[in-house]
Write a protein that binds this ligand. Structure first.
Ligand code: G4P
Length: 524
């Protein structure tokens, strides 16, 4: 069959990515500047205010209004230079959740922001690991160069040592803080000048020819630049496009998101280097994005954006073929067909209905309770699966029960539905059959409590547990192996798989030493 040229063209135009960073490194600021460049927002400040205004229609989102944070990650699409860019937001701070991790399974690349003064921070490390385990290409933006930070070479060294990835600086800063003059683009061999006249404005870039550099930045800075660039060229890593696309080398860009400095040139390089949607493994072999038949998987389920309806939205990442509104698709898990009539696409500021979507795009499907996280949808009866999405180890645990015994039925219904959405992980203790919840970020407990009360009418009693790590295991006599140990707790997950919760690293190591034959896995 002749390949659908239109499909191929549309795929090559897509860039789907997420931004990972530690809180306060500048994710919101950079996102906003990118949306502004793409014309998706008319002024900056929108995304910030979104933190408090976006979910004004939703009652259980009251928590987030009060706290001024966004609980659920969203998707933003904009076009730039004939490309369609999908940014998948990854929630941070206390709203850091499994959704944050799972979103990373639905992107083709990642932008990692590092605060020039702080270097690689804890949350960045965790998120980086999820990306590097999958070989996702990672682009690094070293932010806040308008402030005094650490030496650029020291930052590169830290990226390499702490994260274990080769780095290649695409540009090189000329000074920093008060003395920040701009960056030297190593590939284009030109300087982008930084001007600080108006902090909030997009600043004009004045690009000059290599030969004139000395005249403009002065002798001293020029000789320092010359020295540092020679050092990078001789002793640094060589630029390897393949390695970048395999996630083995990270191209590093220095800039200042707040002043937009370095953002347009970053986006230009990004579009050129970041891969379009690529093939994915499935239960029936490799699926190429330009396969004629539509397919995709659900990576996130979000409930009740509109409190008037008890419905949910399933976020589907399109992996192959073309999504068309009203099309028939088969759910691999049940092998049942359904009409995909209510596709929603996400724009920077609102949700709109869509008729067509291509690989790389995210479609919001109306979900009356049909979908589960990890579900594959196919455009033909001959279905296949993209596999279960991994469950990640929660870091906070609590025993929960309904305050009133009469509410048991509602309690179990609520638990079931909220765990299907991936909002919490649910276990039962091996010994007493008590319900234990596990979450990646503490805020999930608050949301859980709030939703159980407002949606299921159940007041919850929480008893937090001191455990910090969950490890899946398959050992048969695990009950006897865990018996008598006080700093661990044996539980079973919803698939009846044994999971050991450990109080601390010491308890984990102690157990491993004692039971070298027992396999322990960080995710299911
Ligand atoms: P986040 O989403 O990663 O948490 O970070 P966010 O963009 O909210 O930025 C965190 C703080 O860092 C903000 O300041 C923001 O203005 C500042 N910032 C971001 N990029 C830059 C940069 O390139 N240079 C400098 N100097 N600062 C930057 P804030 O005071 O916490 O918030 P706000 O009152 O300015 O909004």
């Amino acid at each position: 069959m002749e390949k659908d040229k239109r499909l191929e063209t549309e795929i090559n135009k897509r860039r789907t990515f997420a931004i990972i960073s530690h809180p306060d490194a500048g994710k919101t600021t950079l996102t906003e500047k990118l949306l502004y460049l793409g014309g998706a927002i008319r002024s900056t400040g929108t995304v910030k205010s979104r933190k408090s205004a976006k979910f004004a229609t939703s009652d259980w989102m009251e928590i987030e209004k009060q706290r001024g944070i966004s609980v659920t990650s969203s998707v933003m699409q904009f076009s730039y230079q004939d490309h369609y860019i999908n940014i998948l937001d990854t929630p941070g701070h206390e709203d850091f959740s499994e959704d944050t991790y799972r979103t990373l399974l639905a992107v083709d690349s990642v932008v990692m922001i590092i605060d020039a003064a702080k270097g690689v921070e804890a949350q960045t490390k965790k998120l980086f690991k999820v990306c590097s385990d999958q070989g996702i290409p990672i682009f690094t933006f070293v932010n806040k160069m308008d402030r005094n930070g650490r030496e650029p070479l020291e930052l590169l060294e830290e990226i390499e040592e702490v994260l274990g990835i080769e780095s290649y600086p695409m540009n090189w800063p000329l000074g920093m803080g008060q003395n920040f003059k701009g960056v030297y683009d190593r590939q284009l061999e030109q300087i982008e000048f930084y001007e600080t006249k108006d902090k909030e404005q997009m600043l004009k870039l004045e690009k000059i020819n290599n030969l004139n550099i000395e005249k403009v930045i002065g002798k001293e800075m020029f000789s320092q630049l010359h020295e540092e660039i020679s050092l990078l060229n001789e002793a640094g890593n060589t630029y390897k496009k393949d390695a970048i696309q395999q996630g083995k080398q990270t191209p590093v860009f220095f800039g200042s998101a707040i002043t937009s400095f370095g953002v347009p040139s970053f986006l230009d390089h990004f579009i050129r280097l970041a891969p379009p949607p690529s093939s994915r493994e499935s239960s029936k072999g490799i699926v190429k994005p330009d396969k004629e038949i539509f397919s995709g998987f659900v990576f996130k389920i979000q409930a009740n954006m509109n409190p008037a309806h008890r419905d949910r939205i399933a976020f589907l990442r399109v992996c192959s073929g073309k999504f068309e509104k009203g099309m028939e698709a088969w759910l691999e898990r049940t092998n049942k067909s359904m009409k995909l009539s209510q596709g929603q696409q996400f724009f920077a500021s609102e949700r709109g209905n869509i008729d067509i979507a291509y690989p790389g795009d995210i479609v919001g499907l109306y979900d009356p309770g049909t979908y589960q996280i990890g579900d594959t949808l196919c455009g033909s009866k001959d279905t296949f699966s993209y596999g279960d999405l991994p469950q990640f180890s929660p870091e906070h645990f609590a025993k929960v029960r309904a305050k009133k015994a009469l509410k048991q039925k509602h309690f179990h219904k609520g638990i079931k539905q909220l765990s299907e959405e991936g909002a919490v992980q649910v276990y039962r203790t091996a010994k007493w059959d008590e319900t234990v919840l596990g979450v990646v970020g503490m805020l999930q407990f608050e949301i859980f409590e709030y939703r159980m009360k407002h949606e299921y009418g159940v007041e919850i009693q929480f008893d937090s547990l001191p455990h910090q790590y969950a490890r899946w295991t398959s050992s048969e006599d695990i009950e006897s192996k865990t018996k008598g140990s006080s700093n661990l707790l044996l539980v079973y997950d919803q698939n009846e798989l044994p999971v050991i919760l450990f109080e601390n690293n010491f308890a984990l190591r102690w157990f491993k030493d004692k039971n070298p034959d027992v396999q322990l896995r960080e995710s299911r």
